[in-house]
Design a protein around this ligand. Structure first.
Ligand code: ADP
Ligand code: MG
Length: 367
């Protein structure tokens, strides 16, 4: 296994008219499971293809272990890649599919290769499928074979490109758990790409968020959830998405006052915020961010409360999502034990610690 270092990695397509990856810096520790997430077209696949050597970078360096592999051909990098579409050889059996890569990339004897394939197949629970051809297998079985084929080679680095996207929700959940188990047991270094923030948050030791080919933020899932560096990350991570409301910000020295549109509400942040953040408060437009799960409904006319009208009540099992008329899409996630109806006027409140404040021009989190 190996540590991976990426420095100022850049990829242009079509002679520079498309910048797919724009100056990416990353360090992946030996044995770490890093998830890379972002919307479609943000450069995830291009990043993986450069790591694997399938795509040449326009500039920047890639190091795997001690070796600078930037100019090393894909077949000479000790990397396994698992794709969404499985990429199995249709005319080969499961055994042959798994054994083929081993034959290409190692000089093990036939007996040794067979031993490793059978051992891996047992670990993956596919030992009964070894004589089958891919078109006799279900989607879940094919993905297991694709994983087994990658694992049997014991490569330095595993790259996953949305490997579970073709599976149904239940199978996806169990395969996620299985990939994590294998990763831990085998001490694999892995980069796992997905567009699904839930998958990225639940699987990664560390999560890397891309948008428009640029690194937005990286960190432990809880850190990124609690301290998004900008409005994009705040909105992308978490479901339902963070609520955003335009606010005006005023400081009177004792507190920071956030005022809603058309004088709709006022929310005061205590003195602790004033000194700490004054330097960052140099914009003329701000956006308040608050997560649906951090909004609560109160029946007291507490200070720092906001009144709103319920547009829609969306039941989701143990919780209700209350859609409120504070902004285009403002949701409070509340316990479904309490009955609410569209048209009800409610009073909301939230902890100041859960409030995010973004500069509306740059998107930067200023708190
Ligand atoms: P993701 O995997 O995050 O969806 P990609 O890495 O596939 O994103 O693509 C990043 C950007 O690069 C997109 O704008 C995409 O259209 C462009 N792109 C990807 N591959 C090519 C290519 N072979 N030629 C030209 N543009 C490409
Ligand atoms: Mg992709």
């Amino acid at each position: 296994m190996a540590r991976v270092t990426v420095e100022s990695l850049r990829k242009e397509y079509d002679t520079g008219s498309v910048v797919a990856v724009d100056g990416l810096d990353l360090e992946i520790e030996d044995g770490e499971f890093v998830t890379v997430v972002g919307p479609s077209g943000c450069g995830k696949t291009t990043t993986l293809r450069m790591l694997s050597g399938l795509e040449q970078s326009t500039s920047g360096r890639i190091r795997i272990g001690e070796e600078d592999v930037t100019d090393v051909h894909a077949k000479n990098r000790d990397i396994a890649m698992v794709f969404q579409n499985y990429a199995l050889y249709p005319h080969k059996t499961v055994f042959e599919n798994m054994e083929f890569g081993l034959r290409m990339s190692t000089d093990l004897s036939e007996t040794e290769r067979e031993r490793r394939v059978v051992e891996t197949a047992e670990m993956m629970g596919i030992e009964d499928l070894l004589e089958d051809k891919p078109d006799e297998l279900s989607g879940g079985q094919k993905q297991r074979v694709a994983l087994g084929r990658a694992i049997v080679r014991e490569p330095d680095l595993f790259l996953f490109d949305e490997p579970l996207s073709n599976l149904d929700a239940k199978l996806r959940t169990s395969m996620r758990a299985e990939i994590q188990r294998l990763q831990r047991e085998l001490g694999i270094t892995a980069v796992y790409v997905t567009h699904d923030q839930h998958e990225a948050m639940t699987m990664g030791d560390r999560i890397v968020i891309l948008d428009g080919g640029e690194l937005q933020q990286q960190g432990k899932p809880t850190e990124v959830y609690e301290n998004p560096v900008n409005e994009f990350v705040g909105g992308f991570i978490g479901s339902p998405s963070m609520n955003f409301v335009d606010v005006a910000v005023e400081s009177d020295g004792d507190r920071l006052r956030l005022a809603g549109p058309d004088g709709g509400f006022e929310f005061d942040l205590s003195a602790a915020y004033v000194g700490r953040h004054e330097d960052a408060l140099d914009s003329s437009r701000y956006t308040l961010g608050i997560r649906p799960e951090n909004v609560s409904i109160t029946d007291k006319g507490a200070a720092n409360s906001i009144t709103a009208t319920i547009d829609v009540v969306e039941p989701v099992g143990s919780d209700n999502f209350l859609h409120l008329d504070l902004s285009d899409e403002f949701i409070a996630r509340v316990d479904s034990d309490v009955d609410f109806d569209p048209g009800d006027r409610v009073t909301l409140t939230f902890d100041e610690a859960d409030v995010h404040l973004f500069d509306s021009e740059t998107g930067r989190n200023v708190l």
